[in-house]
Design a binder for this molecule. Structure first.
Ligand SMILES: Nc1ncnc2c1ncn2[C@@H]1O[C@H](COP(=O)(O)OP(=O)(O)OP(=O)(O)O)[C@@H](O)[C@H]1O
Ligand SMILES: [Mg+2]
Length: 249
């Protein structure tokens, strides 16, 4: 396969970029790929999260390597990593202020796919619509590439409340978000997800009892489905099905 770069971006903060990036990276590792998580956000949440996980078990087979930018010119660094890894997952800043916009632009320009996490609330959708313009400006420079997709995060009760379902339907309507499709896979709100950063765990290895009993099977399946959907879009073959891996996990 050709190595792939997935850029996770939304100029609005707190949509779930880092949560998605870390869990997608570990999911791709479980699927047998060589993955590096590139932290282009100077907050460093994602690299701290992975460092914490690896300090507990440095041989953990599911955690990716991390790389943080050495300077402001991140384009070349991402391309160098792409030569070495099956997947580079690029996490970007949740603001368009200062150097952040340039970092986001560079990351998108060298990516094969842009994943835009989105919480289904009116305010998040309105601000994310503005961010879709940023993505489209870059696509206009590169023949419409890379393709961009929205990924819904923090839906309540997995199926979503009535308001959330209505908002998601609006976001899915043809021209709502620059025509970007909303992925079928999504992630739902659960308290344990918010605590995984602190314990250095991910959806696949979190051992919180309440999480294991009530949420793990669904949350891991949702991330396998996300990996599967992205792999299909990118033309990458998976060797195991989500069902096989969930059974194993
Ligand atoms: N599915 C979820 N369930 C519960 N909490 C979640 C979920 N996804 C994200 N969170 C929490 O929401 C907050 C924002 O998530 P995260 O840090 O991943 O967003 P971000 O887009 O990377 O933010 P920033 O723009 O600041 O980098 C965090 O406290 C995180 O733990
Ligand atoms: Mg983040």
């Amino acid at each position: 396969m050709e190595n792939k770069v997935i850029c996770i971006a939304n100029g609005k903060g707190g949509e779930g970029k880092t949560t998605c990036g870390v869990n997608l990276a570990t999911t791709l590792r479980l699927l047998g790929f060589d993955v590096v998580y590139y932290d282009a956000d100077e907050q460093g949440n994602g690299s701290d999260w992975i460092d914490r996980a690896l300090s507990r078990d440095e041989d953990s087979p599911i955690w990716p390597n991390t790389a943080a930018p050495g300077g402001v010119k991140i384009k070349n660094e991402i391309q160098t990593l792409q030569r070495a890894y099956d997947f580079v997952i690029v996490d970007t800043p949740g603001t368009l202020i200062g150097e952040s916009l340039s970092l986001i632009n560079q990351a998108i320009a060298v990516s094969d796919l842009v994943l835009i996490p989105l919480k289904p609330t009116l305010m998040d959708i309105a601000t994310t619509q503005n961010f879709c313009h940023v993505v489209q400006n870059i696509q206009n420079l590169f023949d419409g590439k890379p393709p961009a997709y929205l990924w819904i995060n923090q839906v309540h009760n997995r199926a979503g409340t009535r308001t959330e379902r209505a908002l998601i339907a609006d976001a899915e309507s043809e021209d709502a978000m620059m025509g970007y499709s909303v992925l079928k896979s999504r992630s739902f709100y659960c308290e344990a997800m918010a605590n995984m950063f602190g314990s250095g765990a991910c959806v696949h290895d979190c051992d919180d009892m309440d999480y294991v009993r009530r949420h793990k099977a669904k949350q891991t399946k949702d991330f396998f489905n996300l990996a599967k959907e992205l792999a299909e879009i990118l033309g990458v073959e998976l060797e195991a099905t989500a069902a096989e891996l969930v059974a194993e996990a």
